[in-house]
Design a protein around this ligand. Structure first.
Ligand code: FE
Ligand code: FE
Length: 289
């Protein structure tokens, strides 16, 4: 049983419930799935996802983001190999349905193997494998709403195209004239690298990996949850030509993250040597998280 306190910080039964919601209800897979068929209003997960977004949109303020950046950047809590990082992440056990639920490693492997099967370059495969390692933030005691969920710029007006936009009314920044105009604290066309995103596993992992991976890989990692940008074409006034070029890669990555569900789960034992070589090619032995 969850205590009230933990329910308050951790409304999702399963960490990826918000993604299930995104996949099935907001952005269903093109052509293959009917939006209607996934609208199961008796599904209790629906309310937990709503509560998750209420907390996320209430608490992700400009000041909160600055505070978290101070706390976690540059990453310095521990040095880990990727294997240690995965073992650590896999201690993150979701509360229910152990039999239907994929562990964190399986999601990463399914994403990267789908990319590999499509014949993409090895850095892209590696990015698929790494992209959610930032969820170790949960193990540093962070609430779910500060680790997962859609991400969006803070310090300027929240887009109406973000999931559950009505919850932003309770965010103090919505009433703060410094932060509630179209540009807010930013200059027109300043580029997304100069914009603070809501805090979560994407921004955090970008900082963990930024010295090791190609630029396109870093964009995939940093913006994979920014649906308002890569799906809804929002924030045109903030990005520059470099962002426009990189959007191609962010979009290329997204279907692998959302829709990769292999009928036969990839076998880690068989694949481990391939991935070990990939880590060695691109990454140092230990990385600061
Ligand atoms: Fe993610
Ligand atoms: Fe993911």
């Amino acid at each position: 049983m969850k205590t009230n306190e933990s329910t308050e910080a951790q409304p999702l039964e399963k960490l990826h419930d918000w993604e299930e919601f995104v996949v099935k209800q907001v952005y269903p897979e093109p052509n293959t799935r009917q939006k209607e068929s996934y609208r199961n209003y008796d599904n209790p997960a629906r309310d937990t996802v709503r509560e998750f977004y209420r907390l996320n949109h209430l608490n992700q303020t400009y000041d909160f983001v600055l505070q978290k950046r101070q706390e976690f950047l540059p990453p310095r809590r521990q040095e880990m190999t990727i294997f240690e990082g995965i073992d650590f992440l896999n201690t993150l056990v979701d509360d229910s349905d152990p039999d239907t639920d994929l562990d964190q490693l399986q999601h990463l492997l399914q994403t990267s193997e789908a990319i590999r099967n499509d014949g993409h370059e090895d850095w892209f495969v590696l990015t698929g494998f790494l992209h959610d390692l930032g969820k170790v933030l949960c193990l540093y005691g962070e609430p779910q709403w500060a680790v997962v969920g859609d991400t969006f710029p803070v310090g300027c007006r929240f887009s109406e195209k973000i999931v559950y936009p009505e919850f932003f009314a309770a965010n103090p920044d919505s009433k703060d004239p410094r932060y509630n105009t179209e540009l807010g604290v930013y200059e027109k066309g300043c580029g997304l690298r100069n914009v603070h995103m809501s805090w979560g596993h994407d921004e955090y992992l970008f900082h963990v990996m930024k010295d090791y991976l190609p630029e396109s890989a870093l964009y995939m990692i940093r913006y994979h949850s920014c649906y308002a940008w890569h799906r809804e074409n929002q924030y045109e006034h903030l990005y520059d030509n470099h962002d426009r070029e990189m959007l191609y890669w962010v979009r290329k990555f997204n279907p692998y993250d959302l829709y990769s569900k292999c009928p036969v789960p990839p076998n880690w034992k068989e694949l481990k040597s391939y991935y070990t070589n990939l880590f060695e090619k691109y990454l140092p032995a230990k990385i600061a998280f």
